[in-house]
Design a binder for this molecule. Structure first.
Ligand code: 2AM
Ligand code: CA
Ligand code: CA
Ligand code: CA
Length: 274
């Protein structure tokens, strides 16, 4: 992608994300309409929709030849990653937004011909912006994030995963995942996939393991994590397809093989696909 165009895109996206965040903070205590989607715990609010519409309006006005892939359906029906595609989650961590009024993020990834060029994850209530441009490093509020440190012994690793891995599930024997939890130093569940990616990039978590995420949950995070030397695949170690849902393993490269070989493959069920 042309560097001048990329730099302009970065500036525009940053400004729009900050503006959207300011609006959310101003309205954080306003009454909310909360609806459910696929199940009673799959929430969506007027704020998710309004924020997404804000981005659609900004992007379509200035970049009418770009495509927009976003969670709440106001973007395009994206069938191919040709050209420039904005992949947006207006609020990642909607349950946190509703229940806690914090711990949620705006996630914006900009891809060109399938390549992640720009990533932004904005922790709205903390006013912390993680950003990256491909090949130029990752930043937290404008301060460069150092590359991930050399090696993380598995016994000292901090891993994000949700508790469904420890309940009966269709992918991996839960006893094997319980072994993982007992072997590593600590586990966490933050409830926003985008923030879990950002924490791996920042080096405060060493890995994040999840069964199923959509492109808008991961698009920005992949760009940011890759810039510090983290690895991003599905839980089988395969390449992620940005047009469909994927299982996700994002981690420090030194623990990737252990997680895949000693846990995912070892505990894999016959029914499991990826
Ligand atoms: P969301 O808040 O944008 O829906 C923890 O729930 C993480 O998983 C969040 O990043 C959440 O994104 C994501 N997620 C993806 N699909 C989900 C679903 N069907 N229900 C709840 N969370 C989902
Ligand atoms: Ca959602
Ligand atoms: Ca999401
Ligand atoms: Ca969302």
């Amino acid at each position: 992608m042309n560097e001048k165009i990329r730099s302009q895109l970065y500036q525009d996206a940053k400004q729009w994300i900050k503006e959207a965040g300011t609006t959310i903070r101003e309205k954080i205590n306003d009454p909310l309409i909360v609806d459910t989607k696929s199940n009673p715990n799959d929430l969506v609010t007027t704020m998710d929709k309004e924020t997404e519409k804000y981005f659609v309006n900004k992007i379509k006005t200035k970049y009418d030849d770009h495509q927009l892939l976003s969670e709440e359906g106001f973007g395009d029906k994206v069938k191919s990653l040709d050209g420039t595609v904005w992949i947006i989650d207006p609020i990642d961590g909607t349950m946190n937004f509703v229940q806690q009024k914090r711990n949620f993020a705006i996630s914006v990834g900009i891809y060109h011909d399938g390549v992640g060029e720009i990533g932004f994850i904005y922790n709205v209530m903390d006013d912390v912006l993680y950003s990256a441009i491909k090949g130029e490093g990752a930043y937290k509020n404008g301060v460069k994030i150092p590359p991930l440190k050399e090696k993380v012994p598995f016994e000292k690793a901090m891993i994000s995963l949700n508790h469904f891995w420890l309940c009966e599930n269709r992918l991996v024997e839960e006893e094997v995942m319980q072994e993982l939890v007992k072997t590593v130093r600590g586990t966490r569940t933050y409830g926003s996939a985008a923030l879990e990616f950002a924490y791996v990039a920042e080096g405060i978590m060493d890995g994040y393991l999840t069964m199923r995420l959509a492109p808008w949950d991961i698009a920005a995070g992949i760009v940011i994590v890759n810039e510090v030397g983290g690895v991003t695949t599905n839980v089988a170690g395969e390449k992620i397809n940005m047009l469909v849902n994927n299982s996700i393993l994002v981690c420090h490269p030194s623990i990737q093989k252990t997680i895949i070989k000693d846990y995912i493959i070892k505990g894999k069920k016959r029914l499991g696909h990826n």
